[in-house]
Design a protein around this ligand. Structure first.
Ligand code: THU
Length: 128
């Protein structure tokens, strides 16, 4: 993908991670995505004392975008420098697939290493 957009998404995702509300896991995640019409949205994970109410950063960013009228996403970046590489969970992969362009790019970064892949690779045989 375009290097400028990639750098922009990594920086935005890193910045979004600063807003993470994660007192229970202490695993801060930030996400930035770009819609097919070029708009950028970000999100962070939001935890709750009732643990199962926790919302992943990917779905926060996705739902912000969709609620602002976005219907197609061309790329998304997930960032966390809290340890393990922040690959999107299964639930987020399915949620993203609903609104992803064919061949949508997924960038995963832990601040040191960056992996670039596609949503199709992360979730083949999507339910749709
Ligand atoms: N988390 C995300 O934000 N995205 C994922 O794809 C997986 C996990 C968050 C949820 C929780 O706040 C913390 O990471 C630890 O699971």
């Amino acid at each position: 993908m375009d290097d400028k957009i990639k750098t922009l998404l990594i920086n935005e995702a890193k910045n979004a991670a600063k807003s993470a509300y994660c007192p229970y896991s202490e695993y801060a995640v930030g996400v930035a995505l770009i819609s097919s019409d070029g708009r950028v949205f970000s999100g962070c994970n939001i935890e709750n004392a009732s643990y199962s109410l926790t919302m992943c950063a990917e779905r926060v960013a996705l739902f912000k975008a969709v609620s602002d009228g976005v219907r197609k996403i061309s790329a998304i970046c997930v960032f966390s420098d809290c340890g393990k590489m922040p690959y999107p969970c299964g639930a987020c992969r399915q949620a993203l697939a609903e609104f992803a362009d064919e061949g949508a790019t997924v960038i995963v970064s832990d601040g040191e290493h960056t992996v670039e892949t596609t949503l199709e690779e992360l979730i083949p045989y999507t339910f749709g």
